[in-house]
Every structure is written in structure tokens, then in C-alpha cells.
Design a binder for this molecule. Structure first.
Ligand code: NAD
Ligand code: ZN
Ligand code: ZN
Length: 343
């Protein structure tokens, strides 16, 4: 079958021929119906050899951690799923034994999670093996191209917003820094889940208009002065929740400057930025945290939400053969929303 692999440190991903996967006992093989491209793929491919080694991934690595597929083969002893079912592949495969996994937080597995696309073979291929029925979420007849990005571009902001929903009372304000793949879903989730005024920050260019198209009340250029503008739009109080989907360069300082007393700032982007936090530095009782993906239950909740009323996930479809070009376009910020490969 065809697969898109990252094969050599520092080189671009390639479309190659690999062996078809076999269904593992208790698991299955899916025919991939859609697979989203995430900035995190690029992040991993940008690491130098030494840093890459700390993640414990082997090369070649079949990319793709936002996968939708149709079950085509069941492994020995697999029950609870039928050939022909349409499903999403939950991306955080924990050990299943530790207390975090027992809580449903496989994304925080004490033994470290394996993800399809980061270590285990991913969904940028014609077929993908899935280790267990515990790692799929059925999607019925929903459009796999729109649903695949829920695995990450939807789930990651959903989990971060849900944890902070109590802050988004009537009249509250949320700031989204980086209206890209994750950010544009975050804007919609904020509008759907709360009454908050939503302010998006992005670099000068088309992303600002895009942020407003998908529901932001205001879209501001991401620069130091934006924090003053956020204060003006919040009676001087600052935002109640700030989601930073960049977390690189100046944005962590900017995120904190946008927040007010008793607010929360969540760093979600895989950037290497820093901000000072402390007594007399951050506003009183500001909570500052980072966030990694979400739980399978939260992915199910999101699918339920999309079944009730679809989220407007902006997708740009590419055939699998053009995945290397799609990654280049993602790098050049030429994709609005999510690029999705269709084998
Ligand atoms: P993306 O490239 O689709 O979007 C990034 C957006 O940020 C773009 O709109 C870009 O214009 C904007 N941007 C860049 N620099 C900016 C700045 N200084 N100020 C404001 N906006 C700026 O990326 P994505 O796929 O949405 O991923 C976003 C980030 O989240 C990446 O760093 C990715 O690795 C990370 N990520 C984290 C998790 C997690 O669980 N924590 C999960 C998925 C992705
Ligand atoms: Zn991702
Ligand atoms: Zn575990």
C-alpha cells in the first residue's frame, strides 16, 4: 500500500510503498477514509537528531494522527465492532494499566503513550492497523473528511475549554492566539459552548478575516499592543480564558498580558516561548497551564456534538500522493483550517 513517511532526520516526508498491515489480536485494520495534517507533524520533523531521539520514535515513521477509516479486517478475538463500521482513531494509546489510563486520561499515561502517527503506523496511508477496540470512536454516516480533524484539531481545544468552562460566564471573554487548524475549531467551540466574546489574534494576513468568518467577534494582529486592545474590549478587566495555540516567541508573554484576575492561560502550541509567572507579576489568581490532547470520552462527546449540529471544520482535501506538497503549504501558512489527505 501507499504510505506517507518521515524517513530521514531533516528531510521532507515521502510517499512510499510499504506492506499492507495485518489486524492485531483484539484490534483491526481500517481502510483510511481521511487523515488530517497537523502542525505537530511538522514540529516532530523539525527536531534535530538528538532531540528526536528523546521522543523514542523509530524511523521510518508513517505520519497521520487524525484518522478516520472504515473497518475492513478484524483481528483474532476482536468483538464490539463490525467490518464496515466508520470510526475515528483515538490518538492516545496508553498502557491501560496505570491510574491515569484508569481515569480515562490515556493522554497522560504514566508509562508514556504511543500514538498512531508518532511511533505506531499512522493514517497517512491506505490502511491503518489499530491495536484495540478501546481506541476507536464510531461516527456512523458523518463525513469522514470533516470528522477526521476532530481527533486533534477538535479534541485538543475541546478538552482545554471544557476544563475552564466555569470561567466563561455570561459576559466573559476568551482569547484565541493562532487561528489555524486547532484555533479555528476553538473559536467555534467557544461560541457553541459559551456566551463568551471571542477575540482571535493572528499574524497580519488572511487568517484574521478567516477567524471572523468562523465566529470570532474580533480579530487582532498578534503584537504587544493587542493586549491593550483586549483590555479595552473587556472594560479594562482582561480576558477570562486565553488559549495560546502558538506558545512560541512572544506569544506566552502576550497571552498572560491578555488575561485578567482569576483567568486562565493555557499553552497548547508546541512552541518554545516562555513567560514569567509569579507573585506581583501575573494578575491575582491567574491559572497558567499547558495542555496535551484529550480523552477518548471527550472525543465521543465531540462526535455527539457534531452529530447534533455539525461544526464548520474548514478542510482542504489532498490526494495522498500530494501529501508532501500539503505539508509544504502548511509550513508556508497557506492552509486555512485543516489540510486532509484522502487515500
Ligand atoms: P497551524 O499551522 O494550522 O496554525 C497555527 C496558527 O498560528 C496559524 O494561523 C498561524 O498564522 C498562527 N501564528 C503563527 N505565529 C503566530 C503569532 N506569533 N501570533 C499569533 N498567531 C500566530 O497549526 P495547528 O495544527 O493548529 O497547531 C497549532 C499548535 O498546536 C502547533 O504548535 C501544534 O504543534 C500544537 N498542537 C498541540 C497539541 C497539544 O495537545 N498540546 C495538539 C495538536 C497541536
Ligand atoms: Zn496534532
Ligand atoms: Zn497508562
Amino acid at each position: 500500500m501507499k504510505a506517507v513517511q518521515y524517513r530521514k532526520i531533516g528531510s521532507a516526508p515521502e510517499v512510499v510503498e510499504v506492506e499492507d498491515p495485518k489486524a492485531p489480536p483484539g484490534g483491526m485494520v481500517l481502510e483510511v477514509t481521511a487523515s488530517g495534517l497537523c502542525h505537530s507533524d511538522e514540529f516532530v520533523m523539525s527536531l534535530d537528531e538528538k532531540t528526536f531521539a528523546t521522543y523514542g520514535y523509530d524511523l521510518p515513521m508513517t505520519l497521520g494522527h487524525e484518522t478516520a477509516g472504515r473497518v475492513v479486517e478484524l483481528g483474532e478475538g476482536t468483538t464490539g465492532v463490525e467490518v464496515g463500521d466508520n470510526v475515528l482513531v483515538y490518538g492516545c494509546w496508553g498502557c491501560g494499566v496505570c491510574d491515569m489510563c484508569a481515569r480515562g486520561n490515556e493522554n497522560h499515561c504514566r508509562r508514556g503513550m504511543v500514538s498512531p502517527g508518532f511511533g505506531a503506523p499512522g493514517g497517512m496511508a491506505e490502511y491503518i492497523p489499530v491495536d484495540s477496540v478501546m481506541h476507536i470512536v464510531p461516527i456512523g454516516d458523518l463525513d469522514p473528511i470533516k470528522m477526521a480533524p476532530l481527533n486533534d484539531a477538535g479534541l485538543t481545544p475541546y478538552a482545554a475549554i471544557k476544563r475552564n468552562l466555569h470561567r466563561l460566564r455570561a459576559g466573559a471573554t476568551a482569547v484565541v492566539i493562532g487561528a489555524g487548524g486547532l484555533g479555528h475549531v476553538a473559536i467555534q467551540l467557544l461560541r457553541r459552548m459559551s456566551d463568551a466574546q471571542v477575540i482571535a489574534l493572528d499574524l497580519p494576513g488572511p487568517k484574521l478575516a478567516f477567524a471572523k468568518e468562523v465566529g470570532a467577534h474580533h480579530a487582532l494582529v498578534s503584537e504587544k499592543a493587542a493586549a491593550e486592545h483586549v483590555k479595552e474590549l473587556t472594560q479594562g478587566h482582561g480576558a477570562d480564558l486565553v488559549l495560546d495555540f502558538v506558545a512560541g516567541g512572544p506569544t506566552p508573554e502576550l497571552a498572560i498580558a491578555c488575561g485578567g484576575m482569576q483567568s486562565a492561560v493555557v499553552f497548547i502550541g508546541a512552541g518554545d516561548g516562555h513567560a514569567k509567572v509569579g507573585f506581583g507579576i501575573t494578575p491575582w489568581e491567574m491559572s497558567v497551564s499547558n495542555s496535551l490532547w484529550g480523552s477518548r470520552l471527550e472525543l465521543m462527546e465531540l462526535v455527539q456534538m457534531a452529530m447534533r449540529q455539525p461544526l464548520e471544520i474548514r478542510t482542504t482535501p489532498f490526494p495522498l500522493d500530494l501529501a508532501p506538497m500539503a505539508y509544504r503549504m502548511l509550513h508556508e501558512r497557506k492552509i486555512d483550517g485543516r489540510a486532509v489527505c484522502i487515500p
